[in-house]
Design a protein around this ligand. Sequence first.
Ligand SMILES: Cc1cc2nc3c(=O)[nH]c(=O)nc-3n(C[C@H](O)[C@H](O)[C@H](O)COP(=O)(O)OP(=O)(O)OC[C@H]3O[C@@H](n4cnc5c(N)ncnc54)[C@H](O)[C@@H]3O)c2cc1C
Length: 439
Amino acid sequence: MDAVNLPAPGSKTRIVVVGGGFAGLNFVSKLDTRAYQVVLLDRHNYHTFAPLLYQVATAGIEAPDVCGPLRKSFRGKQDFHFRMLEARGIDPDRRVIRTGAGTIRYDHLVLATGTRANFFGNANVAAHALPLKTVPDARRLRNHIFQTLEQVDMTDDPRERERLMTFVIVGGGPSGVELAGALSELRRHVLDRDYPDTPMGGLRFVLVEGSDQLLGGFSEKSSADARRNLEEMGVELRFGTLLSDYDGRTATLKDGSTIETATVIWGAGVTGEIIRGLGEGSVTKARYVIDDRLRVRAYDNVYALGDIAFLTNDSWPKGHPGVAQVAIQMGQRLARNFNALAKGEPTRPFVYFDKGNLAIIGRNRAVADLPKNVHLNGFPAWFIWAFVHIFYLIGWRNRLFTFLTWASNYVTYNRAVRLVLEPSLENQFDPERVGEIEE
Ligand SMILES: Cc1cc2nc3c(=O)[nH]c(=O)nc-3n(C[C@H](O)[C@H](O)[C@H](O)COP(=O)(O)OP(=O)(O)OC[C@H]3O[C@@H](n4cnc5c(N)ncnc54)[C@H](O)[C@@H]3O)c2cc1C
């Protein structure tokens, strides 16, 4: 019996999926629910299109444009049941998953929980740096950026002004590069016009990367192109060092240097969203170890997909990359295998088809590594990036709205959403607002 209210599966096999990200969504959409009952759990009631979060944070598009409501995505799908719940534990012997609302029984369990920001045990950095992993993170970052700019306009102390105008981005992967590029474009095309009393040329964007190159995992050519583009756009690049401390005022780097800043954006580390309960050998480096049928080691009815899964083979001896395409293809492969089993047909191993890598840096500036060693830079890469991202967004509404917003931003050099909707109340508390009891 389930403690959470759910219809009984009857004679069908019940598959419980935890996580409605790229992997979970694609698994459910390809699964033939004439043969299976499927229960999807997610702590949010929407799918997040993470590759465009940086645009939400830099006022390019609205938060709802990168969200797909999970119930709407599967409206009309037979024997599909969504519950907005956080999975907190697995009991593989009793075949149940524990949630805040009670237990749910499963025949097969699919874990697609992705990753969360990891501050590597640094409590100071965790308390003061701003991660970019979720929609609330992106909105918080946007509020912070535009509220900080408002503070700049009200400050006449040159040192404080400099501190407020310095933005540090930690991590030179795709999201760090995209964010640095977007902030630089914002300075060039929008802020000068919005803040006539403040010379916005004083804004500094510092990108800190631990290795000696940007976009690790991309080709050397794309990495060099990204570097050249960001340098042309005035982004300061610091290679071979990491952030070791940040107290909200001063960022200290591993090389001993310090940067006075009101903003540190954290894009340097993630860790797997592991749900406790499976045997020890099934997890390594906060990822579930899986075989080519995507089964978690030592279990024949538990599977892991996407960023949370660790799968090695001859082509990927260090594991598959944590990118959306891997998650999408894993979700689709596992669903096809379940559909094959229902028809008494053999299952197939997972083989990743690498379609390449894309990263946008700014207006008409992007890099693309495509199959057959084709590397593109500039407008062609930018055009492909825009097309692919519109195509993969969830739902026609999001595709249409994002396309129209981008088209308008492109033509007008504007950013539509530079609003501080949830201001931080720090330094803004007005005792008079408390009011008095009216007799
Ligand atoms: C800012 C940013 C930019 C990125 N840019 C790119 C890019 O340009 N190209 C690219 O290919 N990849 C990019 N990625 C990586 C890509 O987003 C991930 O590889 C992809 O999201 C992995 O899909 P997933 O389904 O494994 O996990 P996710 O998409 O992270 O989904 C996990 C889901 O599980 C849910 N969940 C987690 N734990 C629980 C729990 N205990 N109970 C219930 N629900 C839970 C979460 O709410 C979430 O909905 C980016 C990521 C970020 C953060």
